[in-house]
Design a protein around this ligand. Structure first.
Ligand code: SAH
Length: 249
């Protein structure tokens, strides 16, 4: 009995500073101690409320959003906001898109498991990871080296062996791997780049925001009989597509 009391006392003495420390951390920012289970709960809720309820019903697409750990793609101090219904800053004045817009553009591309995809604007790498879950291979280009390199490391760490990241100017496309079944552009040029149109396969689809910095439309293009059919889908606001000197295309 006496031994037990001593043991409890000792445990108490050791635990006190740990609990005290933990309390301090909690006081500073209650959201910094989120467990993986809690992130998963939030992720499933995001899929249900922000994506499925808004009309995206493709089970394979929904499953990809249930699987990809979005909180790993946002800065450490913003992880607690990772599953909220809005874009977030990822550094270099660039954003990770709102979950719904990622899902909407993914669905619009009408993807098949065997597809080879080109993405322009890797950013955090989140959209690329979603595509990596759904397709055979993903080629993604980011013009800002620090973002591209970070996304590359993270995608490797998460074991996406079918995603290739390149730091470079996506306006030119990626000739070495062309043509692509689908092209997704997550930054907005003033006009659709002709290189990208040329790198689309017959039967291929491209989704791209087009317009000025303040007014853009999401455009869906389909290549049929070597002609491009164009459909404006909805008004959007993406960051501009820029050249290596930072000027908007
Ligand atoms: N798809 C991203 C969101 C990217 S935001 C995600 O899931 O997180 C748009 C990105 O396009 C920015 O990172 C920006 O640096 C990049 N970008 C702008 N112009 C570009 C260009 N010419 N080539 C490649 N990337 C470009």
């Amino acid at each position: 009995m006496k031994n037990l009391k001593i043991t409890l006392l000792l445990v108490g003495l050791f635990l006190f500073p740990i609990i005290g420390l933990a309390n301090d951390v909690i006081k500073d920012d209650p959201e910094q101690n989120i467990s993986e289970t809690e992130f998963q709960t939030r992720r499933l809720e995001m899929v249900e409320k922000q994506i499925r309820k808004r009309g995206i019903r493709d089970r394979v697409i929904l499953d990809s959003f249930r699987k990809v750990p979005r909180h790993r793609f946002v800065p450490e101090d913003l992880k607690y906001l990772a599953y909220n219904d809005h874009p977030l800053p990822i550094g270099e004045a660039q954003p990770i898109s709102q979950p719904y817009i990622v899902a909407f553009m993914t669905e619009a591309l009408n993807l098949s498991r065997s597809d080879k995809i080109l993405e322009i604007g890797t950013g955090s790498g989140y959209q690329a990871a979603i595509l990596g879950e759904l397709c055979d291979s993903v080629f993604t280009i980011e013009i800002i080296a620090s973002l591209g390199n970070r996304a590359k490391l993270l995608l490797e760490e998460l074991d996406y062996q079918n995603i290739k990241v390149k730091v470079g100017d996506g306006y030119l496309g990626w000739e070495a791997y062309a043509p692509f079944d689908a092209i997704i552009v997550t930054c907005a040029p003033t006009r659709e780049p002709s290189n990208l149109k040329n790198q689309l396969k017959e039967g291929g689809r491209m989704i791209i925001p087009v317009g000025s910095s303040y007014s853009q439309n999401l455009v869906l293009l389909r290549k049929a009989n070597n002609q491009l059919l164009e459909e404006k889908i909805l008004p959007v606001l993406f960051v501009p597509m820029v050249d290596p000197s930072g000027k908007k295309y």
